[in-house]
Design a protein around this ligand. Structure first.
Ligand code: 6PG
Length: 258
């Protein structure tokens, strides 16, 4: 199944599209039992995701059940300006800091990854497929090199944890060099994933995702159940096939829920 595509002319339109998507997902997930786990990425995503989330109806923002976690993180303390978690904490009301799954950054990288995996297991209690987690909702970005999360071309992620939910990277081509990242398995078993991608330098990656061309990590991260949505600006959408009505209808066919 082709991914659902939403092309926006500007940030305001993208925030509205994201808010509508979040509203649909949260309405469904709130009817289900358990903690709602939402994975988010760093880079340019924090402000646009945060705006869209807080644009949702207040009654959907059930902070007793919603927990947010980092799809990947730089191996820095959360007070460091490079910290993804730190960036979100600055954007969220301070009284909501508890909704974020902590990443216990310590001076042992592998131990940090194991402790983060433990927190994800203990706090989110996600459904599992074998030993892999089925996270409710993941928001991913990508780089012009086709990386997503901190999974870069050339498979640099080392597996240092018991269940392989999280890996570590020590030679990231994108600074900083050392990172913790969800593994491919954790991305691929997600229940719903959405990419937020802007800018012409990434148009070929958007096309690779559309074409299932599994040569790039971003395309390889497509969930097994194909429940994938792309939020792209016009520049990032420029290499997509012109979506005539038939293709439009195919890519827009309502996605079955979990
Ligand atoms: C990170 C990110 C990373 C990001 C892409 C896109 O920690 O660097 O999580 O995977 O999503 O690099 O970044 P931009 O949106 O800033 O281009």
């Amino acid at each position: 199944m082709r991914p659902e595509i939403h092309v926006s002319g500007d940030d305001v339109e993208m925030v509205t599209q994201l808010k509508n998507y979040l509203t649909k997902r949260l309405k469904y997930l709130l009817d289900m039992p358990g903690t709602i786990g939402i994975g988010v990425s760093g880079g340019s995503m924090p402000p646009i995701f945060t705006k869209a989330l807080f644009a949702c109806d207040a009654d959907l923002l059930n902070w007793k059940r919603i927990r947010i976690f980092m799809v990947d993180e730089r191996y820095v303390d959360k007070d460091d300006e490079q910290s993804n978690l730190g960036t979100y904490l600055k954007l969220f009301p301070p009284e909501l800091a508890y909704v974020f799954v902590p990443i216990p950054i310590c001076n042992d990288l592998s131990l940090t990854a194991r402790l983060y995996e433990d927190n994800l297991r203990r706090i989110l209690l996600p459904e599992q497929s074998g030993t892999s987690p089925r996270f409710d909702l993941l928001f991913l970005g990508c780089g012009p090199d086709g990386h997503t999360a901190s999974l870069f071309p050339g498979d640099r992620a080392e597996h240092v944890t018991e269940y392989g939910w999280v890996g570590v990277v020590q030679d990231s081509p994108k600074p900083p060099k050392t990172r913790i990242t969800l593994s491919f398995a954790s991305l691929k078993f997600a229940k719903h994933s959405a990419f937020i991608i802007t800018g012409a330098p990434k148009a070929h990656v958007v096309r690779a995702i559309w074409d299932r061309d599994n040569t790039l990590p971003a395309s390889m991260a497509r969930p097994y159940n194909d429940r994938l949505t792309l939020f792209v600006d016009e520049a990032a959408a420029k290499s997509l096939p012109s979506r005539d009505s038939s293709e439009e209808s195919d890519s827009r066919s309502p996605q079955p829920f979990d």
